[in-house]
Design a protein around this ligand. Structure first.
Ligand code: G3F
Length: 573
């Protein structure tokens, strides 16, 4: 067999009665090993006797399947260092080619030749010549590893406000029950920074930040602890366990070999039946280690490769023309950010608080001369100001070294607090991601170019409306008002909007709904018109939210997984 298989080869192979190592069989094939893929896997494995084959393009970087890297003591001791983990993990989706003209290049060093239209740019591997700069989500990125983004996510799991859920076709009662299940599966808590079982404050900083806001921020802001997929460790409560793909799946050995994971394997495309384009016969995969195509056959296919990767697989399977909403109705959150150095008044309050006296004295005994009354092991603040109708954005007042936001030598990290405010985007059909092989807004046919994994290149066409911009300004003003209650801006981290896409919360690209013209899949995430094809991930969210999307995606996936279970049970009858 050739190392590259075309559809004819695949049709011939899957009809052969003899076993071949070119074909992998399972009851369900799941593409992607992030939290949503794992939600499907666990539900199916627990509720049926089915076998599940999971395909992941990245490698397994921890001994446990998809563990959160922040569980290492190293990062719990030094959160700043985690910035580099995230930077290393994220790969951007669409970067316009850079201007590589080097005016100072003397001698005969090579520089790109001037082309007919007068431009002189170099197309680096991974850059996208079709990307219009003004319509890009430049910071949008993906994580290719076992566990996906759950290996480094912030674990924030707020439940969206009713106003953030307008288009979700799952009825409210059912949704509420599914949200409850999702919180359980993700191990969400909102008290792991507040008080321990003896009633003592766990984190000085968390309690003081929350108290300052509760006492000083006007309006009914519902200030509370940020719900997080995290739990303090029983054996040593100084540290916590962040939820990841591993905690969602649980111990895979309990499934007696029914769960298999193929890493560094690309899910290239779905192969529809010759006579029935709405039936999937198999999936074409590429083993990236030996660069050979193989085939996977199943009763159900679940694509959970993220809000970009999932429509990309569908587009590469030539399904874009059959699914008019594919990649459309895209929303991304705006993100305003700043860091503050806590006020003297707050530090004095900490110093004088009798509840914390013993802890502070013990710290000072050990670290003579430390002017700060905050033990080094004091957990970070984790406070939320939720979305409300008067303040329609989601706010996190915490310490989170994401791919940005390390403090370095600028200040003592213990007095620094981060403010991240997330704004919504109006839902518009025109806002989309499309893939090479589709027509662009400029009427061109984009052929040929691929991303660094050989899949059709994603291009963004996303613009914020006037309403979005006005809302963003109000959100920024609010962030500054909140910041001023806590302290002074850390130079270099003054209030700013972050690069579009940096929230990493794209929704809508494979949205669920009842109308096949306006959505990709039904309320059970089954692709409209297909019996055996499901989509999962943030792309399924049909709404524009300010709240972090993971909890909602897991909620939607729980319903989707129940529908897969039903299909498997029916096939047994
Ligand atoms: C974090 O603080 C948020 O909690 C994440 F949801 C978000 O993706 C990240 O910031 C973006 O910078």
């Amino acid at each position: 067999m050739p190392s590259r298989l075309n559809n004819e080869d695949i049709y011939n192979l899957i009809q052969q009665p003899v076993a071949t190592d070119l074909i992998e069989k399972a009851d369900v094939v799941i593409a992607g090993s992030g939290p949503v893929g794992m939600t499907y896997a666990r539900t199916i494995l627990e509720k049926t006797k089915a076998t599940v084959l999971m395909i992941e393009v990245g490698s397994q970087d921890s001994p446990v399947i998809g563990e959160h890297h922040k569980n290492s003591i190293k990062y719990q001791k030094d959160i700043d260092a985690f910035v580099n983990v995230i930077k290393g993990a994220l790969q951007t989706v669409s970067a316009p080619p850079a201007d590589t003209y080097i005016p100072t290049l003397v001698g005969d060093g090579w520089t790109p030749p001037v082309s007919e239209n007068g431009t002189s740019t170099l197309i680096f591997q991974g850059s996208n010549p079709n990307q219009i700069r003004e319509k890009n989500l430049k910071a949008s990125a993906v994580t290719r590893t076992v566990g996906g983004m759950s290996t480094h996510w912030t674990c924030a799991c707020p439940t969206p406000h009713d106003q953030e859920i307008v288009n979700n076709p799952i009825p409210k009662d059912e949704r509420d029950k599914l949200y409850e299940q999702a919180r359980k599966l993700l191990n969400v808590h909102n008290d792991q920074y507040d008080k321990d079982s003896e009633g003592d404050d766990i984190s000085i900083r968390h309690n003081v930040v929350k108290k300052t806001l509760l006492e000083n921020l006007p309006g009914n802001r519902k200030i509370q602890s940020l719900p997080l997929a995290v739990e303090r460790r029983k054996d040593n409560p100084t540290y916590v366990t962040w939820s990841g793909a591993n905690t969602i799946l649980g111990d895979p050995t309990r499934f007696d070999g029914r769960f298999r994971l193929r890493t560094e394997t690309r899910f290239t495309k779905l192969v529809p039946d010759k006579n029935d384009p709405k039936k999937i016969t198999s999936a074409k995969l590429r083993d990236l280690k030996n660069d050979r195509d193989i085939i996977a056959m199943a009763k159900a296919y679940v694509i959970t490769c993220g809000a970009i990767g999932t429509p990309q697989v569908l587009a590469n399977s030539n399904l874009a023309t059959q699914i008019p909403a594919l990649g459309r109705y895209l929303c991304e959150q705006s993100l305003s950010f700043c860091q503050i150095v806590m006020k003297n008044e707050i530090i004095d309050y900490i110093d004088k608080n009798p509840d914390w006296k013993a802890r502070i004295e013990a710290h000072r005994l050990k670290h003579k001369g430390d002017p700060l009354p905050i033990p080094f092991s004091d957990p970070e603040p984790q406070v939320m100001i939720p979305y409300t109708s008067d303040f329609p954005w989601h706010c996190q007042i915490h310490r989170d070294a994401f791919s940005y936001g390390d403090v370095g030598p600028r200040a003592d990290a213990r007095v620094v607090v981060d403010l991240r405010f997330f704004g919504r985007q109006e839902i518009k059909k025109e806002n989309r991601v499309y893939f090479a092989g589709e027509a662009t807004a400029r009427g061109e046919w984009v052929a040929g170019n691929t991303d660094i994994y050989g899949m059709p290149q994603a291009t963004f066409e996303v613009e914020r409306s006037q309403k979005d911009k006005t809302n963003d300004q109000k959100m920024m003003k609010d962030m500054c008002a909140v910041a001023s209650l806590l302290g002074a801006y850390l130079p270099g981290s003054d209030p700013q909007f972050m690069e579009p896409g940096l929230a990493l919360h794209i929704t809508g690209t494979t949205r669920i709904g009842n109308n096949p013209q306006e959505s990709v899949a039904d309320p059970s995430s089954r692709v409209h018109g297909f019996k055996d094809l499901w989509v999962g991930g943030n792309g399924c969210i049909p709404d524009s939210t300010g709240s972090n999307p993971t909890l909602t995606s897991v909620m939607i996936a729980l319903k989707g997984a129940a529908a897969v279970v039903e299909l498997l049970n029916d096939s047994q009858k």
